[in-house]
Design a binder for this molecule. Structure first.
Ligand code: ATP
Ligand code: MG
Length: 423
C-alpha cells in the first residue's frame, strides 16, 4: 500500500485530557476514529490489525473443534423474557421496532444460540458440539472512557459448547483455556496475561478470566508468586474456594500475593443447564432418558485485545505491533529526491509486493525526513526500511526494528530473502 493513497492521517492534536493511552495512540496514528464515547470507526490500518487478531482467534477456536456461525445482533424481547434477563441486564440496549415491538441489540448470545441448538440437538450421539461467532456486540456501559478497552459497540468472539455431562464439559473447558493462552501468546501479550479465578458461573465455584497486567486495568487481581495464575479481588472473601486454589490459605494471606491492576481480555464460564432449562434444550441418553444439555460459554474481545496491546506494548514514540498482528510487516520509507532514486524505491516496493511481503510504502513527496521517521515510529510497523541517497550509494537500505535502536545496512539484493523467510 502506498502511504500517499492511504485512507489515514496522523492527528497531531489529540485531546489528551480525557482519553486513555490506547485511544490517544490509535487515534493519533489514524487507526481508529471516535464517533462518540465508546463507539469507533476502524480505518484501513486499524481494521487490518483487528482482522488479524480475529483470524488468530478463529484459527484457535477451530483447532478445538468450534464451528463458526453468525447470529443476529437484533433480537426480540421474548427470548430475553424467557431467561428473565430483559429486566436484569443493566447494559442491554433496548429499542422499538415496527408496530412498537420491543427489541434488543445483543450484548451476548445465550438467548439466541440455546433455542437454535434445540432445533439441532436430539441425542447424545450428536454431542459434544461447539459453535462460535465473531461479531459486534452492544452494551450501554455506564462509563466508556477507556478507548477500545470498554466500548458501547465492540467486537467479541463468543463460543458456546453443548455436552452430555459436567465431565465432558470440563475436558472441553480446559482445552479452550489452553486455546485462549495460544491466542494471547500469538498476539504478544501472553507473558503479561494471567489465568485468573473469578466469581461466577453456574454449578461451579468459580469461572476463569484472562487478565492482562496493566496500570490502566479496571480489575485488581492477586497473583500467586512465581506462577501465571491469579485470583480476582472479588473472589478473595470466599475462603472455601480459595482453599481449593491455594491449599491452607488463611484470612490475611493476601499480603503473600502480588496485587496487580489488570484488564479482562477473556473469560470462560460453566453454565450448567441454566439456559438449556430456560429453552428446553434436552438430549436423549443411551437409555432413552431425556436430560438437560450441559453448556459452557467462552468470551474473548478482539477490540479490547487490540486496545490492550496498544496500551501495554507501546512506548513514548508510539505504537509497537507484534509481527503476527501488525498491519504490515515492512514500512518502506523513501527519503529519495531525484528521479533515479525514486525509481529504485519503486522497484523495491514492487519486488516486495511480487513476493507477497506486506509493505506500507511511504512514497509521500514534500514531507520532511524527520516527520516521516516520526510517523513510522507512531504507526509501529515492526520493520522499517529507509532508502536514501546515502544508503543507495552502496546499494542498500537501512533496516531498523521498531523494538530496537540499532540499524543494519541491508543490501537491496538481500531484502526478499530476509523477509520472506523471517516470520
Ligand atoms: P467486564 O467485566 O470487563 O465488564 P464482562 O465480564 O462483562 O466484561 P463478558 O460478558 O464475559 O465480559 O464478555 C466477554 C469478553 O468480551 C470480555 O472478556 C472482554 O474481552 C470483552 N468485552 C466485554 N465487554 C466489553 C466492552 N464493553 N468493550 C470491549 N470489550 C468488551
Ligand atoms: Mg468480567
Amino acid at each position: 500500500m502506498k502511504q500517499s493513497q492511504l485512507f489515514q492521517k496522523t492527528e497531531k492534536n489529540v485531546n489528551k485530557a480525557d482519553i486513555s493511552i490506547n485511544a490517544q495512540l490509535l487515534t493519533k496514528a489514524g487507526y481508529v476514529s471516535q464517533l462518540m464515547a465508546g463507539v469507533y470507526s476502524y480505518l484501513p490500518l486499524g481494521l487490518k490489525v483487528l482482522l488479524k487478531i480475529e483470524n488468530i482467534i478463529r484459527e484457535e477456536m477451530m483447532k478445538v473443534g468450534g464451528q463458526e456461525v453468525l447470529l443476529p445482533a437484533l433480537q426480540p424481547r421474548e427470548i430475553w423474557d424467557k431467561t428473565g434477563r430483559w429486566d436484569t441486564v443493566d447494559v442491554l440496549f433496548k429499542l422499538k421496532g415496527a408496530r412498537d415491538r420491543d427489541l434488543a441489540l445483543g450484548p451476548t448470545h445465550e438467548e439466541v444460540v440455546t433455542p437454535l441448538a434445540s432445533t439441532i440437538i436430539n441425542s447424545y450421539k450428536e454431542l459434544p458440539l461447539a459453535v462460535f461467532q465473531i461479531q459486534s456486540k452492544f452494551r450501554n456501559e455506564q462509563r466508556a472512557k477507556s478507548g477500545l478497552l470498554r466500548g458501547r459497540e465492540f467486537r467479541m468472539k463468543d463460543m458456546y459448547s453443548f455436552h452430555t455431562d459436567e465431565d465432558e464439559m470440563s475436558t472441553f473447558y480446559n482445552k479452550v483455556a489452553e486455546a485462549y493462552m495460544n491466542v494471547y501468546n500469538r498476539c504478544g501479550i501472553g507473558q503479561i496475561t494471567l489465568f485468573t479465578y473469578a466469581i461466577g458461573g453456574t454449578f461451579a465455584k468459580y469461572s476463569h478470566e484472562f487478565q492482562t497486567i496493566t496500570e490502566s486495568g479496571e480489575d485488581i487481581v492477586y497473583r500467586i508468586p512465581g506462577t501465571n495464575t491469579a485470583i480476582n479481588k472479588e473472589l478473595m472473601d470466599d475462603i472455601e474456594a480459595l482453599n481449593e486454589i491455594i491449599p491452607n490459605y488463611q484470612v490475611g494471606d493476601e499480603s503473600k500475593l502480588e496485587q496487580l491492576k489488570a484488564i479482562e481480555v477473556g473469560n470462560i464460564f460453566r453454565l450448567g443447564t441454566k439456559f438449556s432449562d430456560a429453552f428446553d434444550l434436552k438430549y436423549t441418553d443411551k437409555d432413552g432418558k431425556l436430560n438437560g444439555v450441559v453448556m459452557g460459554c467462552y468470551g474473548l474481545g478482539p477490540s479490547r485485545v487490540m486496545g490492550t496491546i496498544a496500551e501495554c506494548l507501546s512506548d513514548d514514540k508510539g505504537l509497537v505491533w507484534p509481527e503476527e498482528i501488525a498491519p504490515f510487516k515492512i514500512h518502506l520509507i523513501s527519503l529519495a529526491f531525484d528521479d533515479q532514486e525514486v525509481k529504485i524505491c519503486n522497484d523495491i516496493y514492487d519486488l516486495l509486493l511480487q513476493n507477497n511481503i506486506e509493505v506500507l510504502y511511504d512514497d509521500r513527496k514534500e514531507i520532511r525526513s524527520g516527520t516521516k521517521l516520526a510517523d513510522a515510529d507512531l504507526l509501529g510497523i515492526p520493520n522499517r526500511l529507509v532508502v536514501s541517497k546515502r544508503t543507495l550509494a552502496d546499494h542498500s537500505v537501512e533496516w531498523k526494528k521498531r523494538t530496537g535502536n540499532e540499524t543494519v545496512s541491508l543490501p537491496i539484493s538481500a531484502i526478499v530473502s530476509q523477509f520472506a523467510s523471517s516470520k
